[in-house]
Design a protein around this ligand. Sequence first.
Ligand code: AHM
Ligand code: MG
Length: 334
Amino acid sequence: AKDNNVNTDIVTLTRFILQQQAATAKQATGELTLLLNSLQFAFKFIAHTIRRAELVNLIGLAGASNSTGDDQKKLDVIGDEIFINAMKASGNVKVLVSEEQEDLIIFDGPGNYAVCCDPIDGSSNIDAGVSVGTIFGVYKLLPGSKGSIKDVLRPGTEMVAAGYTMYGASAHLMLTTGNGVNGFTLDTQLGEFILTHANLKIPSSRTIYSINEGNAAYWPPIIKKFIDSLKQTQKETGKPYSARYIGSMVADVHRTLLYGGLFAYPVKGKSGKLRVLYECFPMALLLEQAGGKAVNDEGKRILDLSPKEIHERSGIWLGSKDEVDKFLTFTGKV
Ligand code: AHM
Ligand code: MG
């Protein structure tokens, strides 16, 4: 009806991946579709749990003996359990790497995929109501593999899917299966992720930088100089860059994807902070698939790194193509 302007033909995540599968019938077996279905269940469950837990922590619901949440299981532990159980139950995952687990997990039973995840990244922000998220990368097992560490110690270019779900005002899922980036928003009433950002592209430039400047004393002089240069009036805009730093990678990367700009966490002291397998790789694939770039402090493409251990860390610079190129040019990496 005219005055009832409802879109009755929305694209859910399930519909979207079934359509993609049909369009790329050659390599698709339907297994990745099933795996993505298990992933979206984990995201919904974690989204729901985070919402509830905030309330439980604040007003001491559900028999908590104090209002500080001391008797509650920590949210990152719950998120980890939800994720592990969902992957185990999918029947498609053989190998799992989680930020919360020191060793990789190899499930009994079948499965052709390896999943690397940070179940609740940025969890130190939760009590302040700041957005956190689940980051994930997916590999197909190596030919003939029955599941081993070799299935995940591979360059990021070999991932078959990656993305994150940010639990903010709504839950936002940004997904790539190597064919662009598509964004979905969870409609909690329907219980479905709805396609809201089809074929998302990052703006090629934007004068925003996002970095924890409190670490400046640990950076090499060239990085300090580069960040200082962004605070000077820029030829192109007549203004300096704006600083934006939430301190929650998914939230900072999400803004960067949508608005453009530069996000960085360089090496401080001996190593970077962010983990290659489940923080740097998935974000790098998303950024590249959206038309942006992701490199390490040496200017090497993040997706070409070959991690030697599952919790390896790296410095990272990602964002709009022109902004990453500016870093590369300034520091003499091109
Ligand atoms: P976590 O995995 O322990 O939550 O740490 C990762 C988080 C990222 O979300 C964020 O980009 C970074 O740590 C912030 O670190 P810092 O507080 O040092 O700026
Ligand atoms: Mg993390």
